[in-house]
Design a protein around this ligand. Structure first.
Ligand SMILES: NC(=O)C1=CN([C@@H]2O[C@H](COP(=O)(O)OP(=O)(O)OC[C@H]3O[C@@H](n4cnc5c(N)ncnc54)[C@H](OP(=O)(O)O)[C@@H]3O)[C@@H](O)[C@H]2O)C=CC1
Ligand SMILES: CCCCCCCCCCCCCCCC(=O)[C@@H](N)CO
Length: 332
């Protein structure tokens, strides 16, 4: 009986593997491809641009600060692999005016051809206790992190559909997979990208367009340094659960997953567990991935509950410490 069940499972898995080419896309060829990176002048975005350029792509960098763009262009050009390669810089705010974003992308496509890969990496963060975060920060973060990814994607999608090819990456965050102390303004903007990505992927898959959502952990970048200046102690202690990654490593993983058309992109063992645990109704891009989710989800939930317990105790400890030092101040 047991043997029969085992044979059935093996046969089922074999069958799944036989149909797997139906769900795995063909890898994107980067040599000669046009890659647009928003937020390409700094941190993770810059490293993604370098990684694609090293593999022969033509690059458009989008960010606001022109000086930073030009400096990054020079830095990237050191890695050229042929003398035809171009790095184009566009200074625009991706979150302000849709028409403006559409226009600059049109110009970029006139110069370097239709976009093969769009990486939405422009983003920013504000941390603090809910009541301490300025009301307009909630709006600004939603505008930059969410609408700033909607606009460029909306501007390239029609051409991608016509060409029956293309890749779009949304750079979310581990804070887009779980909500943590201090991230009440930031996390929702990163969760929103997941919803956008799932809905969009279902629409564009028949057009051979593949969407990737990346969930990086804390990564050593100028943005992260800025964020760390005002981070609550609780957020720091909770985040120390997983170590800080290098931007080059994060970029390599994102580019690899985008090329392969993987819906989910994560870094490190925490990243792997979180992605399995929060896979929900997201699409799978390989049978192996689906099987890993089915097998590991329960056990990762148990591990996750221990993490949550330790996060709660960090928060409680910090609160008690604060109250103690406040009452000590009063008695002085
Ligand atoms: N570093 C980390 O720990 C993690 C980061 N992430 C996410 O990765 C992405 C990149 O982060 P990181 O490399 O740290 O960030 P950086 O702050 O180092 O770089 C941000 C980039 O985005 C650009 N940018 C910001 N706002 C706008 C805007 N309104 N319009 C156009 N460009 C804009 C910046 O240029 P300029 O200011 O000139 O416009 C810059 O090029 C973000 O979305 C972030 O949320 C996710 C997980 C972890
Ligand atoms: C089985 C379950 C395992 C759970 C492991 C959980 C580990 C949590 C660490 C969270 C770190 C927060 C990253 C936010 C990074 C970010 O987006 C900002 N730095 C942007 O600047």
């Amino acid at each position: 009986m047991l043997l029969l069940a085992a044979a059935f499972v093996v046969a089922f898995v074999l069958l799944l593997y036989m149909v797997s080419p139906l769900i795995s896309p063909k890898p994107l060829k980067l040599p000669g491809a046009h890659v647009v990176v928003t937020g390409g002048s700094s941190g993770i975005g810059k490293c993604i641009a370098i990684e694609c350029y090293k593999q022969g792509a033509f690059i458009t960098l989008i960010a606001r600060d022109e000086n930073k763009l030009l400096q990054t262009k020079k830095e990237i050009e050191k890695y050229s692999v042929n003398d035809k390669q171009v790095v184009l810089c566009i200074s625009v705010d991706v979150s302000k005016d849709y028409e403006q974003v559409e226009n600059v992308l049109k110009q970029a496509q006139e110069k370097l051809g239709p976009v093969d890969l769009l990486v939405n990496c422009a983003g920013t963060s504000v941390t603090g206790k809910f009541e301490a975060i300025e009301v307009n920060s909630f709006e600004r973060l939603m505008a930059v992190n969410y609408l700033g990814s909607v606009y460029p994607s909306r501007a390239v999608i029609s051409t991608m559909k016509e060409r029956r090819m293309g890749r779009i990456v949304f750079v979310s965050s581990q804070a887009g997979q779980l909500g943590l102390f201090g991230y009440t303004a930031y996390s929702p903007t990163k969760f929103a990208l997941r919803g956008l990505a799932e809905a969009l992927q279902m629409e564009v898959k028949p057009y051979n367009i593949y969407v990737t959502v990346a969930y990086p952990p804390d990564t050593d970048t100028p943005g992260f340094a800025e964020e760390s200046k005002t981070k609550p102690l609780e957020t720091k202690l909770i985040s120390e659960t997983s170590s800080v990654c290098q931007a080059e490593q994060v970029a390599r993983v994102i580019v690899k997953d985008a090329i392969q058309g993987n819906f989910n992109s994560s870094v490190g063992s925490d990243g792997y567990m979180l992605s399995i645990l929060t896979s929900g109704m997201s699409p799978v891009t390989s049978i192996t991935e689906g099987l890993q989710q089915v097998v590991c989800m329960g056990i990762f939930r148990i591990i996750g509950l221990f993490y949550l317990g330790s996060f709660d105790s960090i928060v409680r400890r910090c609160m008690m410490q604060r109250e103690k030092s406040e009452s000590a101040d009063k008695t002085e």
